[in-house]
Write a protein that binds this ligand. Sequence first.
Ligand code: ZN
Ligand code: ZN
Length: 141
Amino acid sequence: MPETGADIVGGCLCGAVRFRSTAAPIAARYCWCRDCQAIAAGNATINVIFPSDAVTIEGETADYESLADSGNRMHRRFCPKCGAPLFSQAEARPHLIIIRAGALDDPSIARPSGVIWTSSAPPWACIDPDLPQFPAQPPPS
Ligand SMILES: [Zn+2]
Ligand SMILES: [Zn+2]
C-alpha cells in the first residue's frame, strides 16, 4: 500500500488518457477469464480495484460494453488512440472501478492477492501456487 496521502497516478501508452486516485487500492488480483485473455495478449489481466469516487480521469476513452462470463454487464474502457486497456466497471457495482495494473505509473503498488477464473486458463498458464485461486467469479466483495 502507498504512503498515506500519496495519490496513485497512471495513464495509457500514448499519454492521451491520464488518471489519478486519491484512495489506495482495495485489492488486486489476476483474472484468467477468456475476455481478459483477449485484451491481455493471451495472459491474465491484473486488475486493481479502487473506489470509483476517488478516481478522476482525463482524456477520452472508448467503451466496449459486453456481458461477462460472470453474467455482469461490463464496461471496458481503453484509449482510442493507442488501444491500451485502462478500466473496467460492472453495472452491478458502480462504486468500484478496476484499473489495469499495466496502466499504473508504479505497478509495484498493486501486488495481486488472488487469481480468478482459473478454470479458463490454458494448461501452460503460470499461476502462483501461493495465492488463493477461484475457478470462476468469487462472491462480490
Ligand atoms: Zn493512449
Ligand atoms: Zn477477466
